[in-house]
Design a protein around this ligand. Sequence first.
Ligand SMILES: Cc1cc2nc3c(=O)[nH]c(=O)nc-3n(C[C@H](O)[C@H](O)[C@H](O)COP(=O)(O)O)c2cc1C
Length: 188
Amino acid sequence: MKRIITALLILALLPISACAQNKQNMNNDNYKKVLVAYFSATGTTERAAKTLAAATGGDLFEIAPVPRYTNADLNWHDRKSRSSVEMADSKCRPEIKNVKTDIVDYDIVFIGYPIWWDLAPRQVYTFIDKHDLAGKLVVPFATSGGSSINGSVADFKRVYPKLDWDNGRLVNRIDAKGAKAWFDSLNK
Ligand SMILES: Cc1cc2nc3c(=O)[nH]c(=O)nc-3n(C[C@H](O)[C@H](O)[C@H](O)COP(=O)(O)O)c2cc1C
């Protein structure tokens, strides 16, 4: 008899705890839908983007250039190389392969890129131009050979002053634990 009463009590309490769990998810930061968009010419930023997506439960989206960059395109010693020409023109918006048609679904959009000439590559501006990021938290992340992310974020704020920019982070050596700690600390 005692066992039957205990079993009945457990059954009666189950829906309450399931409800409490749902409510917790609604209030939890993790409930927010995360997109990790990135451009990467040689793979370093892509690795960081994958780490961030895994740690945040976010979806990955590659900002893919058309065509992809060759080594000659990336030669910053050559003033006529593709990257030099693009970066010398602040209005340049190189073509990207895809747009994210369901961007409206996301609350937090990470945008990753290599630092080029202290800025984000122009494809990243193409991505921002082609997606309505208003009302979302936009979080830049970058890899570099030594430069900070600050110049690139300052330029984003100048060109897109209405967006809600986080100050971003350089992520050359980010790991799963660091990515999770950063995500948890964001002002969401
Ligand atoms: C055209 C070009 C310009 C660059 N300019 C800078 C720079 O201004 N400062 C810096 O620290 N690194 C600079 N770098 C180095 C890259 O930011 C760095 O190697 C980055 O991690 C590459 O990322 P990826 O592998 O995702 O393309 C530049 C690289 C290229 C190809």
